[in-house]
Write a protein that binds this ligand. Structure first.
Ligand code: OXD
Ligand code: MN
Length: 582
C-alpha cells in the first residue's frame, strides 16, 4: 500500500473507532452500487420511487423539515489566527472546532454503515482537478455524490498516484439543529460536518471542498475557486466564446447556463460547462482557463418549466433525485411553477393545502448527472478546460444596477466583483429578500479573509496581460410598480451578445464613473415588447443612488481594516470622486 493509501486507511480506522459504525463500505462508484443503495433506501423508507413511466429512475427524498438549506450561522472557518478567516466568516480556533464536533461524532455511527467516498473534483485526468475523500453515514449523500462528482475507484487511483486528498467527515447525527456544525479547517485541508443531510452541508465535495477549502488552496497555489457557472456561447458563424458568471445563490445561474436561445436569436447556441462552480487557472500562455469541478447539478426545482428552462425541465424527467418536492395523484413530482399537473401531497408528505404552505419547499432540489443535459458541452470533460473571454458578476437588485456594464480594467473589475450585493433567497436559512453584500457571490463560500482574497484576485494582473474583461449584469430591475423591466430568461442572450461584442471590440460604449454602459440601441431588442423608456432606465445610472452605493461599499471595506488592498480603496475613491463631479 502507498503511504497515501495507508494514511487514508488509518484515517478511516480512526474515524471508525471514534464513531463505531456497524459496517464500513468503500464506494467504487459503479452503477450497480448506485442501484443497490437506491434499493436499500427504498426499503428503509428514505427514498421513494416516482412514477417510473413518466419519470424513469427518478426518486423522491424528503428531509427533516428543519434541515432544508445551508446554515451559514453554523458554518465555521477554523484557522489558527482569527484574522485569517476574516470578518466575512464565522471563526473558531482549530482546537475548539475539533473538540466541539469530535464530541458530537462520538459513537454517532452506531447501527449505521460508514461509507468511504473517494472523489475527484474536475475531469479525472486534468492537472487542474483536486481529489477528496468523504466519510459519511448517509446513503443519500453517496448517491448524490455519485451524480455530482467523479467518485469511486478512478478517484482512488488518482489519490494513490498524487498522494494527497481533502478529508471530509460527515454524519447526519441526530439532525438536531442545536448539534449541527459545518467546520472547515483550511490549514489542514479538512472538513467536519455533522447534524445535517442537506446538500450544501452534506455533499462535502460541493460548497465545503470545491469552494471553501479550494479557495484557500487556490490562493496558496495561484489559482481561483469561484461560485461561477461556465457557458459557451456559439455564434451563427460557429465561433464559441466561454463566459464565467458569478451570481449569488438562486439568482438563475442554472437557467443561464442552460439557456435555449429564443426564436429571434436564430443560429445562436449555448453550451453548458457548469452551473455553480468554476476553477480558474492561468495556462502557460497566460490565458485564464476554467474547469467545472462538478459533473452534475444540484438545482433549485421551483420555477423550472418548459419556458424558464426547457433543458432542465427535460433532463429531470429521468435518472434524477428530487428532494422536498410535492407529489401529484399520479406519483409525479410537483413544484410551484411547474405549470402542469397539481399536487396532492406536499414536501412534508402531508395532504397539500395551499393555506398551509407551498407543495414544494422553495429550496427543494433536483440532483442529476450533467450528461442528462441536452446542452452539455463535451469540453466540460476536457483536461485543459476552456479559455474564458469574459467574467460576469451579477445580483438580484430591484433598483440601482443597470442591465449590464463593463469594468474599465481588471483592477476596477475586482471592485465591481467586491461590490456585488443581492436580495437574499431561500438557499440559506434566514430572511428572504433583504439586500446583502455578497462579494463575487462568495460571501457564504470564501474560505479565508475577503481582504486577502481580493488581493489574490488583483495579483492576476501582475501575472498576465491576457485576462478576460469583467462585466456586471442585473436581470432583476423593476419599475416603480414592481414590474420587471427586462424579460430575462432566454432573452438574456441578447446581453451576452453585447458582452461578446465588447470582447471582440465590435461595439462602442458610454463611459461613466461606474464603467462602460451600452447605448440603448446597442442591445438588440428586436421583437421584444420593451419600451424606449424602459431601455433608457436599464442603460443609465442614477448619480445619487450610485453615490450612496459607492459610499456603502467604502463602509463595507472599512470592516476589513488595514488588510484591505490599497488598490481597491483607490478604485472606490476614484469612482466616488468622479460621481461627485458629474
Ligand atoms: C447552491 C447554493 O446550492 O449556492 O448552489 O446555495
Ligand atoms: Mn451555488
Amino acid at each position: 500500500m502507498t503511504t497515501c493509501l495507508s494514511a487514508l486507511q488509518q484515517w478511516v480506522d480512526d474515524v471508525a473507532s471514534h464513531t463505531q459504525p456497524d459496517t464500513i463500505y468503500w464506494c467504487t462508484g459503479s452503477d450497480a452500487e448506485y442501484q443497490q443503495l437506491i434499493d436499500e433506501m427504498q426499503i428503509s423508507g428514505t427514498l421513494s420511487a416516482l412514477n417510473q413511466d413518466q419519470y424513469p429512475n427518478c426518486y423522491l427524498h424528503l428531509s427533516h423539515p428543519s434541515d432544508v438549506a445551508r446554515v451559514e450561522h453554523l458554518t465555521f472557518i477554523c484557522t489558527e489566527k482569527e484574522k485569517d478567516a476574516g470578518p466575512n466568516n464565522h471563526w473558531m480556533s482549530p482546537a475548539e472546532g475539533h473538540a466541539k464536533v469530535d464530541a458530537l461524532f462520538k459513537n454517532v455511527m452506531r447501527g449505521r454503515t460508514l461509507y468511504v467516498i473517494p472523489y475527484c473534483m474536475g475531469p479525472i485526468d486534468s492537472p487542474y482537478s483536486r481529489c477528496g475523500v468523504e466519510i459519511t453515514d448517509s446513503p443519500y449523500v453517496v448517491i448524490n455524490m455519485k451524480l455530482m462528482t467523479r467518485m469511486g475507484s478512478a478517484a482512488l487511483a488518482r489519490i494513490e498516484r498524487e498522494g494527497s486528498f481533502v478529508k471530509g467527515l460527515h454524519s447526519t447525527g441526530d439532525l438536531d439543529p442545536d448539534r449541527r456544525f459545518i467546520m472547515h479547517f483550511p490549514e489542514e485541508l479538512s472538513i467536519k460536518s455533522i447534524g445535517s443531510g442537506y446538500g450544501g452541508n452534506a455533499l462535502l465535495g460541493k460548497k465545503c471542498h470545491a469552494l471553501r477549502i479550494a479557495s484557500y488552496q487556490a490562493r496558496e497555489e495561484g489559482w481561483l475557486a469561484e461560485h461561477m457557472l461556465i457557458l459557451g456561447l456559439e455564434s451563427p458563424d460557429g465561433d464559441t466564446h466561454y463566459i464565467a458568471c458569478a451570481f449569488p445563490s438562486a439568482c438563475g445561474k442554472t437557467n443561464l447556463a442552460m439557456l435555449i436561445p429564443p426564436k429571434s436569436q436564430l443560429g445562436w447556441k449555448i453550451w453548458t460547462l457548469g452551473d455553480d462552480i468554476a476553477w480558474l487557472h492561468l495556462d502557460d500562455d497566460g490565458r485564464l482557463r476554467a474547469i467545472n469541478p462538478e459533473c452534475g447539478y444540484f438545482g433549485v426545482v421551483p420555477g423550472t418549466n418548459s419556458q424558464t428552462n426547457k433543458n432542465a425541465f427535460d433532463m429531470i424527467t429521468r435518472d434524477a433525485i428530487f428532494t422536498n418536492v410535492g407529489l401529484t395523484a399520479n406519483n409525479e413530482p410537483w413544484w410551484e411553477g411547474k405549470k402542469v399537473g397539481k399536487p396532492v401531497t406536499d414536501w412534508q408528505g402531508r395532504d397539500y393545502d395551499p393555506d398551509v404552505g407551498p407543495a414544494a419547499h422553495p429550496n427543494s432540489r433536483f440532483t442529476v448527472a450533467a450528461t442528462n443535459n441536452p446542452s452539455y458541452s463535451s469540453l466540460a470533460e476536457a483536461a485543459e478546460g476552456v479559455p474564458i473571454s469574459a467574467i460576469v458578476f451579477g445580483g438580484r437588485r430591484k433598483k440601482l444596477a443597470p442591465l449590464v456594464y463593463e469594468a474599465r480594467d481588471w483592477q476596477h473589475g475586482v471592485l465591481v466583483g467586491a461590490g456585488v450585493a443581492s436580495e437574499t433567497t431561500a438557499a440559506n436559512i434566514g430572511e428572504v429578500g433583504v439586500v446583502r453584500r455578497d462579494p463575487m457571490a462568495m460571501k457564504p463560500f470564501c474560505g479565508y479573509n475577503f481582504a486577502d482574497y481580493w488581493a489574490h484576485w488583483l495579483s492576476f494582473a501582475e501575472r498576465t496581460d491576457k485576462l478576460p474583461r469583467i462585466f456586471h449584469v442585473n436581470w432583476f430591475r423593476q419599475d416603480s410598480d414592481g414590474r420587471f423591466l427586462w424579460p430575462g430568461f432566454g432573452e438574456n442572450l441578447r446581453v451576452l451578445r453585447w458582452i461578446i461584442d465588447r470582447c471582440e471590440q465590435r461595439v462602442g460604449a458610454k463611459e461613466t464613473p461606474i464603467g462602460y454602459l451600452p447605448e440603448p440601441g446597442d442591445i438588440d431588442i428586436e421583437g421584444l415588447d420593451i419600451s424606449a423608456d424602459a431601455m433608457r432606465a436599464l442603460t443609465r445610472i442614477d448619480t445619487q443612488q450610485w453615490q450612496v452605493e459607492i459610499e456603502s461599499i467604502g463602509e463595507y471595506f472599512d470592516s476589513f481594516g488595514d488588510r484591505l488592498p490599497a488598490a481597491l480603496r483607490q478604485e472606490q475613491q476614484r469612482i466616488a470622486k468622479e460621481l461627485a463631479s458629474l
